[in-house]
Design a protein around this ligand. Sequence first.
Ligand SMILES: NC(=O)c1ccc[n+]([C@@H]2O[C@H](COP(=O)([O-])OP(=O)(O)OC[C@H]3O[C@@H](n4cnc5c(N)ncnc54)[C@H](O)[C@@H]3O)[C@@H](O)[C@H]2O)c1
Ligand SMILES: O=c1ccn([C@@H]2O[C@H](COP(=O)(O)OP(=O)(O)O[C@H]3O[C@H](CO)[C@@H](O)[C@H](O)[C@H]3O)[C@@H](O)[C@H]2O)c(=O)[nH]1
Length: 423
Amino acid sequence: MFARRIAVVGTGYVGLTTGACLASLGHRVVCADSDAAKVARLQAGRVTIPEPGLPELVTAGLAAGRLEFVLGATQAVGNAEVVFLCVPTPMGEGGAADLRAVESVIAEVGARLPRGCILVNKSTVPVGTAAKIAELLDRDDVAVVSNPEFLREGSAVEDFLDPDRIVVGSDAEDAAERVVALYTRLGAPSVLTDAASSELVKYAANCFLAMKLSYVNAMAELCERLGADIADVTEGMGYDRRIGQSFLRPGPGWGGSCLPKDTYALAQVARVAGVEFPLLEATIDTNTRQRQLVLGKIRAAAGGSLRGKRIGMLGLAFKAGTDDLRDSPALAVAELLAAEGAELSAYDPAISGEVPGILTTDDPYQAVKGAAVIVLLTEWPEFRGLDWGRIGEMAQAPVVDTRNHLDPDVVRLAGLAWIGIGR
Ligand SMILES: NC(=O)c1ccc[n+]([C@@H]2O[C@H](COP(=O)([O-])OP(=O)(O)OC[C@H]3O[C@@H](n4cnc5c(N)ncnc54)[C@H](O)[C@@H]3O)[C@@H](O)[C@H]2O)c1
Ligand SMILES: O=c1ccn([C@@H]2O[C@H](COP(=O)(O)OP(=O)(O)O[C@H]3O[C@H](CO)[C@@H](O)[C@H](O)[C@H]3O)[C@@H](O)[C@H]2O)c(=O)[nH]1
């Protein structure tokens, strides 16, 4: 393998993981961010996102001199053979992806990229963005390549180093092959295609996953009406290898920094392309509805009205294993509860700071003390190990388990009613 000189712009979940992992594969990596405090922390080897294995890779990369952190993209690209863009593409107007961060990096470094270097976009972007970047760059000597990232928060390093596939797309074939070669040691299958198809793979995959979850959540509602058990239904479905067991757990709706914005972005792309995509619209609507269904369960558990009632929330993050609150279903449910006059207290093992409208505590028992209803919203393993007998003494409250995460018998043994999803 050739060790390459690589620049990574943006050191969030994707950029920092990409930089640290590529350094661990032997490449020489300079990571840049526009956030001075973040850069200073990383220069000192301090990683503040809770990704297993990431601090160790950063420490090892710094010690080996293969990983470096600098302030601003300009500082990183001067000597690079390959430049990765890993900047945010949040939801913008009308649901479309907001590409301003991508455009601003191009404006900042476009003229400074070394001759012959390859610009690789890893941010999730709509079809046509690679072409747009090439147009903005306006340089014949720099190839633009799309290389979407599929890592999940909470298992970013593992997903990066042991990926299901590598997708690389470009209209410059030679450059695309050189990008595939960066990952050779991972031994993953690669899909080499044009830039448009590569960009679309990312949305197609995320929206399919969202569709799978909306399907399961709707099926869970049906189970409740028909007296069936969603756990058994999904297990029975999942043994079919064409379906698979993963991504079949019902919940309070899917959230996070990717699935919500990417479903909206693809819906917007389809609208602009003049293609009707009712399946995708229904995927999004079903998710909005799921939060209302959860609200209804909590309201019913509270006796029909939430006004003035204390709701003890277990979990705030959008899933276990992360401290990310972006588009968290827990916060969406909290907002609906607050709108009906509920008072909210919450405990999440990964969240220590203040959350607007919610009294947060670092003690799960304090969070549920005196609650009218206890609601589990994030599937942290430690919630299973709580002393439910003690909780039963502190709050004679029904437990709405929006993830079917707890053992119903343990909760019932504590004298509390257990209310799950689809069971
Ligand atoms: N988070 C995930 O699990 C995940 C997985 C796959 C793909 N993605 C996609 O990857 C992209 C990045 O996502 P993320 O979660 O890593 O974002 P993030 O918000 O965690 O990190 C982005 C970083 O970019 C920095 N930044 C912004 N503008 C900059 C600029 N002009 N110059 C230098 N740095 C700049 C920010 O300060 C921040 O540190 C998005 O398009 C996202 O959709 C995310
Ligand atoms: O069976 C399941 C699986 C997931 N979820 C929920 O679905 C959401 C998304 O979960 P997950 O996909 O694990 O989170 P992310 O880290 O956001 O990862 C997704 O988004 C990333 C950014 O695009 C992609 O790279 C990943 O492949 C894709 O899984 C969360 O609210 C989960 O709680 C469920 O409700 N039930």
